[in-house]
Design a protein around this ligand. Structure first.
Ligand SMILES: [Zn+2]
Length: 124
């Protein structure tokens, strides 16, 4: 069995059927992917909270790094433009500038794309 990560997109446990969980652990077991609540992960695989957390962090480390690298790469240009805009319009109401608003929207959409591309990475 492999812990692939934690997701808040599936809030129902495949083992006991409990619903409305905060999220589930994504587990690969015997070539199938199952979603388990934390109690069931611990029971089914005799793991402690600490072990489960460590597995998730280990499993998503690579993805987290990829996501961060990709976000930095895609967002640097926009972030610089936003900074320049702030410097050039110091003391002014920035949201009043359509150009500023559209830069912020662009940055948001880059962020959202990364989030949907790496669903197992926990974003805090
Ligand atoms: Zn369960």
């Amino acid at each position: 069995m492999t812990v692939l990560g934690f997701t808040d997109e599936n809030t129902c446990c495949d083992r006991c059927g409990k619903m409305n969980l905060k999220g589930t652990f994504v587990i690969e077991d015997a070539d199938r992917t199952i979603f388990l609540g934390s109690d069931c992960v611990k029971k089914a695989y005799q793991m402690t909270d600490k072990e489960v957390t460590a597995k998730v962090s280990e499993a998503t480390k690579g993805q987290r790094e990829l996501a961060q690298t990709e976000f930095t790469l895609l967002s640097t240009d926009i972030k610089n433009k936003i900074e320049t805009f702030k410097v050039n319009h110091r003391g002014q109401r920035l949201p009043a500038f359509p150009e500023y608003v559209s830069l912020c929207k662009e940055l948001d959409s880059i962020k959202n794309n990364i989030i949907s591309k790496y669903p197992l990475v926990t974003w805090l």
